[in-house]
Design a protein around this ligand. Structure first.
Ligand code: SAH
Length: 398
């Protein structure tokens, strides 16, 4: 980004504290005064109340997160294209090309590019620009991606909720090259998936669950699998490919299930109506319980139940209920892979809630493995908010 803004943001006394550990966010309550009127997304210089340098960051005038720092202390170097290149060049060691052709290339704060998300699906690249700063970096990010990757096309999927708080309108459109097809085919191991980058969730696929799909599938040979909150079939199809006897998918979204059916067929499995259940998971699991259905492996990958601190209590209740219901459907010796993607739900709290569900279900489990987001979704060492996906692979102890 050229032409660093000269506007200066001065913090209130003591409010530089977290930035000394290189935490990138400064909330509106930390701001003392601002010189001039920085444009939305412009780079500003940040100083402490005593005038000591805190860093440089992107100005978000309408967001509670008023500045997102991109360099700390006296360091005032920031090259958007250099950060994009560094992020791209890191990926092949994190996600071997031979295993998949769908990778998160840029993961926002953790890659030093707040608000910028870039996913690659085969020959196409899909971007999200979620903040005022990201919006301002768009041209340089896109030019760097086009130059470095020569993709068939680059598509923008900027429709995440966060843009509203930043005063930005939705923007879904082709930026470079060809329009992406209605479905892009990707592979993960020997499973293949169709991705709808225009209408699918996030940029189209839950790339963050890649390693967990592999780990869970490794337990699945010969088992009857229940894939709850299935989206387009990810865990279930990976399990079938690994030799599962059957897989039932449950989701609220009809389009997601329709794509799950297509994905099953694409992988050589005859999709049967009974294997795709459209409905509220809480109700579907109760119906299964009442009709005494049971499974050897249940996957629970619900959407975010908490996105504000005030929702945490209700979210914990939701996680406990759904885990309790799932445990009641598990055959003796069965596996439960259970996840939370709410950043506010810490790994400890999540494990505690699941343990409470186990007590209520009168079941004992061994915790075989803790599960996390895949390494192409890094966290940022000083940015705990970057860890959002956590899970537990449990086995009933009979
Ligand atoms: N495991 C999936 C991703 C799951 S995302 C994968 O690997 O690709 C969460 C899914 O939960 C979404 O598809 C959403 O449609 C679905 N969902 C949200 N609320 C639900 C509810 N109450 N009952 C069933 N499905 C729900």
């Amino acid at each position: 980004m050229k032409g660093h803004s000269v506007e200066t943001v001065k913090l209130l006394p003591g409010r530089e504290h977290a930035t000394l550990r290189h935490h990138p966010w400064l909330f509106s309550g930390a701001i003392g005064s601002v010189s001039g009127e920085p444009a939305p997304g412009a780079l500003v210089k940040v100083v402490s109340a005593k005038g000591e340098p805190v860093g440089i960051g992107c100005w978000s005038p309408t967001s509670q997160i008023r500045v997102r720092l991109v360099a700390f202390g006296e360091d005032d170097r920031f090259s958007c294209s250099a950060r994009v290149m560094s992020a791209i060049e890191a990926r092949p060691r994190l996600v071997p090309d031979g295993y998949t052709n769908a990778v998160r290339l840029v993961n926002a704060e953790a890659d030093g590019l707040p608000g910028v998300v870039v996913d690659r699906y085969g020959d196409f690249v899909v971007c999200q620009f979620n903040t005022a700063g990201a919006e301002r970096m768009k041209n340089e990010v896109v030019a760097t991606l086009a130059d470095a990757l020569s993709p068939r096309g680059i598509y923008e999927r900027s429709d995440a909720d966060g843009r509203r708080y930043e005063g930005l309108a939705e923007s879904n459109r082709r930026l470079v090259g060809e329009e992406p097809p209605d479905r892009i085919e990707i592979f993960e191991g020997d499973a293949r998936f169709l991705v709808d980058v225009r209408h699918g969730h996030k940029t189209g696929f839950y790339l963050d669950q890649r390693d967990n799909r592999r780990l869970v599938a490794a337990c699945a040979a010969g088992l009857d699998v229940l894939n709850v909150f299935s989206y387009t079939g990810g865990f279930g199809i990976a399990a079938l490919k690994a030799g599962a006897k059957s897989a039932v998918h449950v989701d609220l979204s009809a389009p997601a299930l329709a794509l799950a059916r297509e994905n099953a067929a694409l992988n050589g499995f005859e999709p049967a109506d009974a294997d795709f259940v459209e409905g509220n998971a809480f109700e579907v699991l109760r119906t299964f319980r009442d009709s005494r259905r049971s499974f050897d492996l249940v996957v629970l990958d619900p959407p975010k139940f908490a996105d504000a601190k005030g929702h945490l209590h209700g979210a914990a209740r939701g996680y406990k209920d759904v885990n309790l219901l799932a445990m009641k459907l598990l055959r003796p010796g069965g596996f439960l892979a259970t996840f939370s993607c709410s950043g506010l739900m810490t790994p400890d709290l999540f494990a505690k809630v699941v343990a409470e569900a186990a007590v209520d279900a009168k079941r004992d489990f061994r915790l075989c493995r803790r599960l996390w987001q895949a390494p192409d979704h890094p966290e940022g060492l000083a940015f705990p908010e970057g860890l959002y996906l956590k899970g537990l692979l449990l086995q009933d102890m009979d």
